[in-house]
Write a protein that binds this ligand. Structure first.
Ligand SMILES: C[S@@+](CC[C@H](N)C(=O)[O-])C[C@H]1O[C@@H](n2cnc3c(N)ncnc32)[C@H](O)[C@@H]1O
Length: 372
């Protein structure tokens, strides 16, 4: 067998291509002794707390996804400019999750003395070749989970694009970045990107609600009553990635969280905050729209606002059964993030507060999966 099976710290998982059935004792269907022996034989390997899920891994090893990120010129130019502005010549750099190798190549071209390009997927093989073809010999490509990397001496700069569709999605990649940063960055060293600020807006947009939210099931479909699906979609709602540019649909926007990437820890990604949205005019709440601003380098920001031109992150729509709101009324919402203890998935919970009983659904839980 040349495929490796990985076990998550909870013992849940998972193979490169197949899942291990669970049982009541170990969650993996294998007893402890057998697991130990398989690890010793090299058939099983333990996944660390910075290893991305297998689906995301598959997504990133394909060049379709790397191409998608390169094609986002607002993103890629902003990182290029930040790297060129920061590197003066002779620096040592770590690129955490180098993917296509683009950020490492920007760093090497700008004059870095040594760049460690750390990438977990097999995309690294081609990116190594591409760097060589472009005469960039200062880059050392190292395949594996970046979280465990320790350079011989501390480095000047750490670059990494660990920003999920709504910042938090790639929390395991961020966790790897934070570990690499804490173990390897000089005290006066720099990180790119610098910070992020997340926002959530209440939205009034019937069309989006019908096309991507529960609204589709509210009226007959080809003359048939499909409203049973409404109940299911309400208890298991899905975050939708959209590009939403109708200014008038944004009712009010609240600040959700901010992160300083020189100091933030992965624990900071787990939080609870109460948000308030004011309806100046009467209308509807068709759910919420998340976006963020990314400060790539001091003073240079990419906004993923629905009112700016689109990026590969677009916006995250959190659909919710519609509620009518009166002029001057406020919507109160508890926004919380947590890890599902069973599946290990990163979740966002949204709980409306202070509504009339019939409009007070239980907390709606959205699983973030970046591959969407
Ligand atoms: C969003 S992509 C960015 C790729 C490239 N740096 C760019 O900016 O175009 C993130 C990359 O990080 C890699 N990655 C995620 N977690 C990692 C980890 N723990 N160790 C190494 N690579 C990781 C993924 O496989 C993926 O190629």
């Amino acid at each position: 067998m040349n495929k490796k099976v990985g076990l998550s710290p909870e013992g849940h998982l998972l193979a490169n291509n197949f899942r291990v059935p669970r049982d009541a004792n170990s969650n993996s269907g294998l007893n402890e002794e057998l697991i130990g022996q398989l690890i010793q034989l090299g058939v099983l390997s333990t996944l660390s707390d910075t290893t991305q899920p297998i689906d995301l891994h598959r997504n990133f090893q394909g060049w379709k996804s790397q191409r998608g990120m390169l094609l986002d010129t607002r993103r890629t130019r902003a990182f290029r400019d930040a790297i060129e502005q920061t590197i003066r010549g002779g620096e040592t750099v770590i690129d955490v999750g180098s993917g296509s190798g683009i950020l490492s190549m920007f760093a090497a071209r700008a004059g870095a003395k040594e760049v460690f390009a750390l990438e977990i997927t097999s995309a690294i093989e081609l990116s190594r070749l591409i760097a060589q073809r472009n005469g960039l010999h200062a880059i050392e490509f190292i395949q594996g989970d970046a979280g465990n990397f320790e350079a011989d001496s501390k480095v000047d700069l750490i670059i990494s694009e660990f920003i999920g569709m709504y910042v938090l999605d790639e929390w395991l990649h961020f966790s790897a970045f934070a570990k690499v940063r804490d173990a390897n960055l000089k005290e006066d060293g720099k990180v790119i990107p610098k910070s992020a600020q997340m926002y959530l807006s209440a939205i009034d947009n019937h069309r989006l609600y019908v096309e991507r939210g529960q609204g589709f099931w509210e009226t007959p479909v080809f003359g048939f009553d499909f409203s049973d699906v409404l109940a299911v979609e309400t208890t298991r709602p899905q975050r939708e990635i959209v590009y939403q540019f109708e200014e008038k649909s944004i009712v009010d926007t609240a600040s959700v969280a901010s992160f300083d990437f020189k100091t933030s820890k992965v624990d900071d990604y787990f939080f609870e905050k109460e948000l308030e949205f004011t309806y100046a005019a009467a209308g509807f709440c068709h759910g919420f729209l998340g976006h963020f601003d990314l400060e790539v380098v001091e003073g240079k920001c990419i906004s993923t606002s629905p009112l700016e031109s689109s990026t590969n992150w677009r916006q995250s729509y959190f659909p919710m059964p519609k509620i009518a709101v009166e002029a001057g009324e406020k919507i109160n919402l508890v926004f919380r993030t947590f890890k599902n203890s069973e599946s290990g998935e990163f979740c966002i919970g949204l709980q409306l507060k202070n509504r009339r009983a019939e409009e007070q659904p239980p907390e709606l839980v959205y699983v973030l999966d970046s591959a969407s």
